[in-house]
Design a binder for this molecule. Structure first.
Ligand SMILES: Nc1nc2c(ncn2[C@@H]2O[C@H](COP(=O)(O)OP(=O)(O)OP(=O)(O)O)[C@@H](O)[C@H]2O)c(=O)[nH]1
Length: 233
């Protein structure tokens, strides 16, 4: 695990040093994955990072963490992703991780109306506890189980439109639209930075860039301590 981290660290540093696109490069975005238990949040994260389905997924206890560097509109962006437990009993712990998130995947299960009905509560929490400007993509997961569908594409896309969310149906099982969900969310954040709508320097923006990101990557112990502090755990 430490070796993996160091390997990733080297890649990040190389990318940072090699990049000559100016200040708007090598960002670090804090992301959340939220939604009811059993909707497939951990499987989505696993599919995104490992490119395969995690077929032995158990309920998340509290919060799990993953990270990946992606290339978006010629920029390298490191996504620091917090996969939160959907079970109610962990709610007070998971809420403490929302602060300063720049983006979120809000997940429901297309075969469970109950998970869809809970979206408004998740949305309220995200906007209240993370940031009013948080960029959210709604993911209707388990697209591969179309025969058992309880939520239509149309009603979910209307909900997304009314609540200013992006929307995709995904399958952590087949991998369909999984990478796209993370990339589209990151792209929207980049667009907002470029248009001046989002200020990465604002406290709690969930965004770091340039040498700040590089400094943090150079000191894994400090970075770890900082995330623990930031998360209030
Ligand atoms: N068919 C199908 N099953 C899925 C998909 N994604 C997840 N699952 C299954 O759904 C169940 C729950 O998946 P998890 O990823 O553990 O769900 P979670 O949202 O992280 O649950 P909590 O950690 O309790 O919040 C597991 O049995 C997965 O195998 C999918 O895209 N298609």
């Amino acid at each position: 695990m430490i070796l993996d981290f160091l390997k990733e660290l080297q890649v990040s540093q190389l990318e940072c040093l090699d990049d000559s696109n100016g200040w708007l490069s090598n960002f670090l975005f804090k992301f959340l994955v939220i939604g009811n238990a059993g909707t497939g949040k951990s499987c989505l994260l696993h599919q995104f990072i490992e490119k395969r389905f995690k077929d032995d997924s158990n309920h998340t206890i509290g919060v799990e963490f993953g990270s990946k560097i992606i290339s978006v509109v010629n920029k390298f962006v490191k996504l620091q992703i917090w996969d939160t437990a959907g079970q109610e009993r962990f709610r007070s712990v998971t809420r403490s991780y929302y602060r300063g998130a720049a983006g979120a995947l809000l997940v429901y299960d297309i075969t469970s109306r109950e998970t869809y009905n809970a979206l408004t509560n998740w949305l309220t929490d995200a906007r209240m506890l993370a940031s009013q400007n948080i960029v959210i993509i709604l993911c209707g997961n388990k697209k591969d189980l179309d025969a058992d569908r309880e939520v239509t594409f149309l009603e979910a896309s209307r909900f997304a439109q009314e609540n200013e969310l992006m929307f995709l149906e995904t399958s952590a099982l087949t991998g369909e639209n999984v990478e796209e969900a993370f990339v589209q969310c990151a792209r929207k954040i980049l667009n907002k930075i470029e248009s001046g709508e989002l200020d990465p320097e604002r406290m709690g923006s969930g965004i770091q860039y340039g040498d700040a990101a590089l400094r943090q990557l150079r000191s894994p112990r400090r970075a770890q301590a900082e995330s623990v502090q930031e998360c209030g755990c």
